[in-house]
Design a protein. Sequence first.
Lengths: 344, 325
Amino acid sequence: MEFRQLGRSGLKVPVLSFGAATFGGNTELFNAWGQTDVKEATRMVDFCLDAGVNFFDTADIYSRGASEEILGKAIQGKRDRLLISTKATFRMADGPNDLGSSRHHLIKACDASLKRLGTDYIDLYHMHGFDALTPVEEVLSTLETLVQSGKVRYIGCSNFSGWHLMKSLDVSEKYGWSRYVSHQAYYSLIGREFEWELMPLALDQQVGTMVWSPLGWGRLTGKIRRNAPLPEVSRLHKTADFGPPVNNEYLYDVVDVLDEIANETGKTVPQIALNWLLQRPSVANVVIGARNEEQLKQNLGAVGWKLSEDQIARLDAVSEPTPAYPYWHQRQFVERNPLPVAVK
Amino acid sequence: MEYRDLGNSGLKVSAVGLGCMSMSWAYGTPDEAEGIRTIHRALDIGVNFLDTAEIYGPYTNEELVGKALKGRRDKAIVATKFGFNIENGVAKGANSHPKHVKEVADESLRRLGIEHIDLFYQHRVDPKIPIEETVGAMSELVEAGKIRYLGLSEAGPETLRRACKEHQISALQSEYSLWERGLEERIIPAARELGIGIVAYSPVGRGFLTGEIKSFEDIPEDDYRRSDPRYQGENFKKNLKLVDLVKKVASKHGATAAQVAIAWLLMVGKDIVPIPGTKRVKYLEENSAAFSLKLDQEDLEALDTLAQRTSGERYEPRRMAMIER
């Protein structure tokens, strides 16, 4: 397994981490995502560890704590061999303070996650979304307290806008507090908005990118293509509304090129889609999900080889999105605004 | 229930809180059982913001709140206060020495039977101790996980500014009501600039604005209010006329005078959270329902001049000396 430095931290993470969102499955969204009980979860964890994937990503919100609980049980006796990322901020109960990144909620949420995970520290603690109603100073001073107390090793953010992250980094800098070392963001061959603002920011500020939903909310599994209806088992039937919107024609065009490259390389569509991500600037890690060992094995086949420059160029070309303002305007001045990745 | 941000913090508190002092102290005869029932009812209807202090009792009010919180801690935002030397059960001057602040925090935690205090106030500014030292000690309590948010009480703009340089202050608790609006000229503007929320104590004039207290003799012998200048002699008579005005507005809406007094504060600004005190379920329900009462322009104009006509200071001179303006 290849390991990369996570942002401006001393931590090395494997390029693939295992997303435990499939563990638990007791809410509508996560039920469709996959139900993995403790026994199966333990087998998956062991399989990951054997393959060098020693990094597990979860969140308090995944099945309202059940994902953390199952992961916690599955890693018993193995804690020192692996890294855990979890997240807080989204609503966990009905009260007015059972959400957000306030000092009130974060301390409570962190203690609850530790308890469910059955561990006394979290390697990487993500703010799952930006809380615009809590001052950034309150969020980061609380996270600093959690780091100082040993409950958290590193902090990260997720689904932030550029200014959310930049403002947060500035506050950390100002007070000498821990800074976000990772940004867990949505990025895929069919969702490249990440490249406009968040990728240049990640490079400039040395914040490592952790990619979630690298297969575009389950659309790049190789089972969906032109003239092929959605397979019956696809989670997209139930969850498409929660994920990024994708135009079908655009998706089919991208999959056509993926199919071509699959023929050339003998790799599968998801393996190619993951490999493409691993060669993008700022990406430190890609979170992969799996509903069973077979899917996991498949995904692990994304590493240990590289797409050629020509193949990457073809994928770039077919998947290139139309930029929003001000990014299209900035492309008229690339001389002083070099782009992190090539465009047409 | 409507919830409001406590200053610029990420904490939400109910728009109407619950002052617990009178459950143990100062007004009339304490009734612990009814007090506990009142707190339970408050939490059940979403009034989550409970106010107590070390000095209430002293100590016994925190103990009462602690009893009421058993098994319900997660539903409550608990605010308490430090800041006095207490000798033989009586406050003997301010004490906000850092060492004292930390000792009181530990004792309050023990009496309340909880692991952290949500909002810890300095009860009165201590002129002997620079505010930076006190707030520094409070911020160490935040780091230690013993308290979550910081508050001051009856502090003036300069103190607020100096305090916020040391650590964000989330709430200023001061007396504010239809008949006491001393905060408005200098203090509220400063608090708004600094992102500090206003927690209004005695929003119903320590009960006077309910209109239920008809004469000085209605007040029990050992009741604190007998020492409030506004309740004494000619002041009492003059102030009764103010209450008539509040009652008039109330009858127009089919509300009580207390509800008008609370609704008025809620309409002054989104950053204001009144914490009417009561030891009875009945009044808790009445007070907390005030958030749905909307006063109109005519009401606001009628009520606006009331404070200018209040007779008497809000405290006797010794206590008044502890108020910053």
